[in-house]
Ligand binder design. Structure first.
Ligand code: SF4
Ligand code: SF4
Length: 251
């Protein structure tokens, strides 16, 4: 069947109209930096302090693009009479990114966590020789390595973190002064002093208690000097059954 004249033009215009109404997905790079996933493989960073020059990464690299040079150093014994030890010192660590195929094997096999992926990818060069990054440049890439993602809730604490936390707690316990305890000589002085009831001062214990009757003081039942108890004669006053001086004169 022969096509209808102008149908092709109508189809093309329909596609144009449909696309015009959709939101644009064009990334405006380099004006806008792309949002890369956390495990993006941009460039490899070297954390030199962790590297023991074991050469595993260089041996396992399928492209043979990792170059390591080192020499041995003798370390004196830690204690007198101990044995001298030798250790490898890193002289050169370089990765040729013109050969690297970003397989990540070197990072996987490193037993000391000295290599990391960084999402940085803007290191194109006009000279291919400049794509061999030496240890100083690899170290700078380390500062662009993102922090590892958070652990799942309830996950076991990593061994490295647990060991670091225990060491920090031990150090803090050593630096904290002991709880306030009385000084030894204060304790000895306290032991020499006679025990007295709690809350009573020395003055209180040496003095008679206010409630305790003194030998020369009248008791609570005895009248005070100048006072008379009802029914009891005052000293010097005649009693009712004793005759008064007038009665004696009448007799
Ligand atoms: S990512 Fe792969 S190819 Fe690149 S240096 Fe590491 S092991 Fe070699
Ligand atoms: S595997 Fe790790 S520790 Fe060993 S040489 Fe490579 S980066 Fe250094």
């Amino acid at each position: 069947m022969a096509p209808i004249p102008g149908s092709g033009l109508a189809k093309g215009l329909a596609v144009t109209l449909r696309t015009m109404t959709k939101k644009s997905v064009t990334a405006q790079y380099p004006d806008v930096q792309p949002e890369l996933p956390p495990r993006s493989r941009g460039v490899i960073g070297l954390f030199e302090e962790n590297c023991t020059v074991c050469m595993l990464c260089a041996r396992e690299c399928p492209d043979w693009c990792i170059y390591i040079d080192s020499h041995k150093e003798t370390v004196p014994p830690a204690a007198p009479g101990g044995r001298e030890r030798s250790r490898n010192v890193l002289d050169r660590f370089a990765i040729d990114f013109s050969l690297c195929m970003y397989c990540g094997i070197c990072i996987e096999v490193c037993p000391f966590d000295a290599l990391f992926w960084s999402p940085e990818f803007e290191y194109a060069e006009t000279d291919i020789r400049d794509l061999t990054h030496e240890r100083d440049k690899l170290r700078e890439w380390m500062w662009t390595v993102p922090a590892p993602p958070a652990l799942d809730p309830g996950a076991e604490e990593p061994k490295e973190l647990a060991a670091a936390r225990k060491a920090a707690e031990k150090l803090a316990a050593q630096q904290t002064p002991p709880a306030t305890t009385p000084h030894a000589d204060e304790q000895a002085r306290a032991a020499e002093q006679p025990t007295r009831p709690q809350g009573a001062s020395k003055q209180q214990t040496d003095q008679p208690k206010p409630d305790a009757p003194r030998a020369d003081e009248p008791g609570p039942d005895q009248p005070k000097p100048g006072e008379s108890k009802p029914g009891q004669p005052t000293p010097g006053q005649p009693t009712s059954d004793q005759p008064t001086p007038e009665q004696e004169g009448q007799e």
